[in-house]
Design a protein around this ligand. Structure first.
Ligand SMILES: O=C(O)[C@@H](CO)OP(=O)(O)O
Length: 229
């Protein structure tokens, strides 16, 4: 049996302000920093230890993993950062307040943009400052890989190559792995690991700063999963 730990970053400043975040690189809030420390302490109290960490190129996830590893005194382990673990790119919604957007466009449409795995939020143009092609950290991406908007299905399509190329081989080598990512990159991963239907994933919400433990069999099929609280 293998254990895999998935962790959504602690609360960010824009989670707190109820804004669509996506690839915007906002920092953790005070509460988010506290959540990250608590997650690390909880993992330590339950005897967890890691050989490898994986995170996105966004500071709310990077810092959360750092704080967790600091609590475990394992800041030395190799940590791989990839854009493929980033939050779902939220297009032209990024920066807008979720409640104000619901009041403007209607709660049903906004809920579809947020949770329907096939629904695409309004796109940014390549001239928009939010277009990732303008950000140095994405300069190695091809134009096709640079999103203008993304739904959960597309998020899954860019998360899975990273899962298969790096995380699966590490687990198969018996490494103890922690993946610190985002609400929707983790929803995509959970949909894949748990074989969830689109309807089931629509209802799935992953809380910030709460370790989600997966026990996997040799074929990396889920035996059980639970939150450490
Ligand atoms: O704003 C975002 O990027 C995400 C996660 O906070 O929001 P949502 O809950 O709508 O997926």
């Amino acid at each position: 049996m293998q254990k895999l730990v998935l962790l959504r970053h602690g609360e960010s400043i824009w989670n707190k302000e109820n804004r669509f975040t996506g690839w915007t690189d906002v920092d953790l809030s005070e509460a988010g920093i506290e959540q990250a420390h608590k997650a690390g302490q909880l993992l330590k109290a339950h005897g967890y230890s890691f050989d490898a960490g994986y995170t996105s190129v966004l500071k709310r996830a990077i810092k959360t993993l750092d704080i967790v590893l600091e609590e475990l005194d394992e800041l030395w382990i190799p940590v791989q950062k990839s854009w493929r673990l980033n939050e779902r790119f939220y297009g032209a919604l990024q920066g807008l307040n979720k409640a104000e957007t619901a009041a403007k466009y209607g709660a049903d449409l906004v809920q579809k943009w947020r949770r329907d795995p096939h629904e695409l939020p309004p796109a940014v143009t390549k001239k928009d400052d939010r277009y990732p092609g303008k950000d140095a950290r994405y300069k190695h991406l091809t134009e096709r890989e640079l999103p203008l908007t993304e739904n959960l299905k597309e998020t899954m399509e860019r998360v899975l190559p990273f899962w298969n190329e790096f995380i699966v081989p590490a687990i198969r080598k018996n490494q103890k792995v922690i993946v610190c990512a985002h609400g929707n990159s983790l929803r995509a991963l959970v949909q894949y690991i748990d074989h969830l239907t689109d309807e089931e994933v629509t209802k799935l919400d992953i809380p910030t700063g709460t370790p989600l433990i997966y026990e996997l069999d040799e074929g990396l099929e889920r035996i059980r999963h639970y939150y450490l609280e």
